[in-house]
Design a protein around this ligand. Sequence first.
Ligand SMILES: Cc1ncc(COP(=O)(O)O)c(C=O)c1O
Length: 423
Amino acid sequence: MPRHPLAAPLSGQWDEQSATIRGIAVEKLASAYGTPLYIYIADVMVNQFEMLKRALPDLDIYYSIKANPHPAVIELFLKRGAGCEIASGGEYALARSAGARPERVVFAGPGKSREELEFVIHNGISEIHAESYEELEVLESISRELNVAVNIAIRVNPSRASGGLSMGGHATVFGFEEESLPKVVNWLSTSKRLVLHGLHVYSGTQILDAAVLLDNWRCALQIAKQLVTLIDKPLSTLDFGGGLGIPYFSQERELDLQSIKDGAAKLFRDARYGALAQCRFLIEPGRFLAGPAGIYVARVLSVKTCRGSTFVVLDGGMNHHLAASGNLGQVVRRDYPILNLSRMNLADEIEVVVVGPLCTPIDTLGRKVCLPQPTAGSLVGILQSGAYGLTTSPINFLTHPTPAEVMISDGKHNLIRARGKTF
Ligand SMILES: Cc1ncc(COP(=O)(O)O)c(C=O)c1O
């Protein structure tokens, strides 16, 4: 069992005493590929996917590419039967080149350009999640121009939502307000080529409480019932969004999948009648699937003290891992799990501030981190970094090289993106 409680998903893959993954020393990867680097463990991603599938057999899982858009990651979930949720034309291209079939791709996002919409419609897509009247008008115009029918899901911002970083339940840019559902339905009823195919209700990310998640799904089902009453016909899909959280801080606990399994089984059993009897239910998680499988590894450049604080300066920081610096959003503001990978066999002995190399005080990755004494050359690892890592980070700031990305699968390491070169 890993010593760090948040390393639990790495059990069986990761020997903490020696900082090796499936027998491969992290130091060996750092020397071979350079630091900083991201390491992803394929088996951990597969395990997260399989666990979710077992807990939620009624749900079709679509991987939310924004969490980690590396083609090797997308491919891994596609091979297990996942669909893809994309949020841009670029993500569509990534999904398709990783092998996604058009009928297994849905497109959500509050600002889609005409160019992107034309691109995905031309190349085929299962469903576009409409989020504004302007978008509906553009979709109508494209469908007329290309003379094709386009499947639409209405994205609804529910009148209530609880927990995590909420995307609904209050004033947000995402989707149509629940209260305006009749007006949207009315708008769509005048369209000849836009087909009302589904409903999308995504209430918030990083939810760790099973009851909150189930409550949000219950709320989505109620909206779906309103919608089928309004349209007086069955709905093909109901997308409950993503939002399944993972623990980042010592006081956080993993989602209780057993409670979700029990609660969801009853919820979906009760909901499957009338116009929802044949409806396909889907979720689009990102963080839960990819997050626990990633470690960001950087090397210590210096250790210095200033007015009683000890600063550990790494060769990478928020330019590669904005989320760990706490600058990505309100949810993840405390310290990620941070380890001194070079001295794993020793007990914690010093409280330090872990910073990156950028010329800004916000480039702080850990504020009160207890580690075995690091020295210049030590390797530091940040766990839970497989989702919203590199993809959300300002990689051009200060023109450092982009980090290498390495995937460990079947006990072998594969360089899936080489370190960038800036000079
Ligand atoms: C529309 C949509 N679906 C899915 C996700 C994935 O969310 P998570 O990583 O919390 O599962 C997001 C994240 O922002 C999103 O905006």
